[in-house]
Design a binder for this molecule. Structure first.
Ligand SMILES: *Cc1c(COP(=O)(O)O)cnc(C)c1O
Length: 385
């Protein structure tokens, strides 16, 4: 069987991007590399909808988060971290590991954070230097109300709004200056349709002002040093050259579709996936679902992880299972990046087969695919000339 990747990261890489990355590796200290990098810088500003520099780092998304912490804070400073999932919790654990005072803002897995809880935490910790939140919490499929939280943070001098947009940027309309985001982080292997290995971050003027006085130790992940170099179309250290080649091509692909087209497609695929799952009698896990990934509660009657494992072992198709607190209990179907209508039809059809094989028959065969195709038909239009 063909291998099919429908996970929320890594996501599938378009053929055009793969081909671009197959070119011979250029030396990076050359005008040719600088030309490519300059185009990527322009493309990233367009994608991030920002006037600020978007820094490219050779690491996964987690590395960019560490770079932000190390470059912006001093030992012992307080950061408020919204929990509610594996990634939200990761930013609290990372802050602790780096010697920051991480205060966890609690949130049940599957819920969007209650903004009042963030407000209370800010009131209790007037010295807080940042709030961190995942725009899209990939482990639960939830969209957190980061715009509302940003409004609380905006009025506070010297407190930064840090948003993990690793599965949000490129999926829906998120723009740091407009939305009050001081630090935006994303990675290559999600909506950007690249292999793993690059991460990107943009910082507001307020964040750069913090950088000037931040004292946490740093060497490789030094955002000021990177900015100085990248303004000259260079990187401080050897970049992942082939991924930068791929980035230029993926930015071209995104530009061809346009931001509005990308956002509408993600919205359509997400709506169809949710409708398809519900038509099978399954419940969505996320109370406020993000358009990047749909998390679905497994029927209680089947074995833990039966859907995820059945697809993997019998259909050669990778979606995602549950992690940590919801391991075995949910499965997650991704639709961010290089996904189209037929991917959703395929995965829902495969889920129907696996569910029946597992003995869950509380639906008419084709019900999920049928519900989804009602929504997906809007995407079946001839290309503009
Ligand atoms: C994938 C992901 C990350 C982790 O990024 P790595 O690239 O694995 O370091 C962080 N946050 C969210 C929301 C993610 O989806």
């Amino acid at each position: 069987m063909k291998y099919r990747l429908l996970s929320p990261g890594p996501t599938p890489v378009p053929e055009r991007v793969l081909t671009a990355m197959a070119n011979p590796i250029w030396h990076h200290r050359t005008p040719a590399f600088e030309t490519t990098f300059a185009r990527c810088r322009d493309g990233l500003k367009w994608l991030f909808q920002t006037q600020q520099e978007v820094l490219t780092l050779s690491c996964s998304g987690t590395g960019a988060f560490e770079a932000a912490y190390c470059s912006l804070f001093s030992p012992g400073e307080t950061v408020l971290c919204v929990a509610g999932g594996k990634f939200g919790e990761r930013w609290a654990n990372m802050a602790k590991a780096l010697g920051l005072n991480a205060v966890v803002v609690p949130c049940e897995w599957g819920d969007a954070v209650d903004v009042q809880r963030v407000k209370d935490a800010l009131d209790q910790h007037p010295d807080a230097k940042a709030v961190t939140v995942c725009a899209s919490e990939t482990s639960t499929g939830v969209r957190h109300p980061y715009e509302q939280i940003a409004k609380l943070v905006k009025g506070k001098d010297d407190c930064l709004m840090i948003v993990d947009a690793i599965t949000a940027l490129g999926v829906w309309d998120i723009a740091p200056e407009r939305d009050g985001i001081d630090v935006l982080v994303t990675g290559s292997q999600k909506a950007l349709m690249l292999p793993p290995g690059l991460a990107f971050t943009s910082l507001s003027d307020k964040a750069w002002a913090r950088n000037a006085k931040a004292k946490l130790p740093r060497y490789y992940f030094d955002l000021a040093k990177e900015k100085k170099n990248q303004l000259q179309n260079q990187t401080a250290y050897t970049p992942a050259v082939s991924l930068v080649e791929g980035l230029l091509e993926s930015l071209k692909l995104m530009h061809e579709e346009g931001l509005a087209g990308m956002f509408a497609r993600h919205q359509r695929l997400a709506a169809a996936t949710r409708a398809g799952a519900q038509a099978l009698g399954l419940a969505l896990f996320a109370k406020a679902p993000a358009d990047s990934v749909t998390s679905v509660l497994q029927p209680a009657s089947i074995k833990p992880d039966a859907v995820y494992k059945g697809l993997m072992n019998r259909a050669n198709l990778t979606i995602a299972g549950g992690q940590d607190a919801v391991k075995g209990k949910i499965f997650r179907v991704a639709h961010l990046g290089y996904y189209d209508e037929l991917d959703i039809i395929t995965v829902l059809g495969a889920i129907e087969i696996v569910l029946r094989q597992e003995g869950y028959t509380a639906f008419t065969p084709g019900a999920g695919v049928g519900a989804a195709s009602e929504i997906l038909k809007d995407g079946f239009v001839a290309k503009k000339a």
